[in-house]
Design a protein around this ligand. Structure first.
Ligand code: DX5
Ligand code: ZN
Length: 217
């Protein structure tokens, strides 16, 4: 599949979400951060907004659920029209069952790790997933500084994916910019979320192209 860019709507103008979705038409995915004020100390949007966005946007939605009890809520995001749904393993009671349910409903199943969550305990789950998300900031807010301490985990995760001969994607999210994307790509990431880097740029589509070029270099 190669390098993919998923701009995060969190850094966009929430009063104009449909228009903001169209401002990044060279993106592969549109990253939608769902926060519930419990799993993270911030509240964004939920199912009704995702459902409306899925109808309005021409780019498929990559929903990142920073919520408690994803076992209960995540399948609804597939029904709402998301093409990819990522839950946090720290919040999931039954990650295997949940990943299977997301796939059965027709979405790509993603699993996210906070910066302090290791990948090794979850090695055997990898074949159940379409994407692993390694957070490179503590989830909850945009515009935070990239955590270099996450790079070794990206590298180890890529090794595990290759060791198992899997096709799955490896996403990074948090502080991804022209300055940090190369480090992530070198470590083995292939799907890049960027919020402020894209939406605060003069031309978001030019920034998407520049990020892609830098990751491919
Ligand atoms: C943070 C979110 C990110 C956020 C990234 O918890 O998961 O998707 O929007 O924003 P930047 O790219 O500005 O760090
Ligand atoms: Zn995110």
């Amino acid at each position: 599949m190669g390098i993919q860019i998923s701009p995060s709507l969190l850094a966009s103008d929430f009063a104009n979400l449909a228009a903001e979705a169209e401002r990044v038409n060279r993106a592969d995915w549109l990253h939608v951060d769902v926060m519930d004020n419990h799993f993270v100390p911030n509240l964004t949007l939920g199912l009704p907004v995702v459902e409306a966005l899925a109808k309005a946007a021409s780019t498929p939605l990559d929903c990142h659920l920073m919520i408690e009890d994803p076992d209960r809520w995540a399948p609804g995001y597939v029904e709402a029209g998301a093409g990819s749904v990522t839950f946090h393993v720290e919040a999931a009671a039954a990650p295997v069952r949940l990943a299977r349910e997301l796939r059965a409903k027709g979405a790509r199943a993603g699993m996210a790790l906070r910066p302090a969550t290791p990948i090794e305990p979850y090695e055997d789950l990898l074949p159940e997933l379409d994407m692993l998300l390694v957070m490179t900031v503590e989830p909850g807010f945009g515009g935070q500084k990239f955590l270099d301490l996450c790079l070794p985990k990206i590298r180890r995760t890529r090794e595990l994916i290759e060791g198992h001969g899997l096709e799955m994607w490896l996403q990074v999210d948090g502080g991804v910019s022209l300055e940090t994307i190369e480090r992530c790509a070198d470590a083995g990431a292939d799907v890049f979320v960027a919020g402020s880097a894209v939406y605060k740029a003069d031309d978001p589509n030019v920034m998407i192209d520049d990020l892609r070029a830098r990751a491919e270099a």
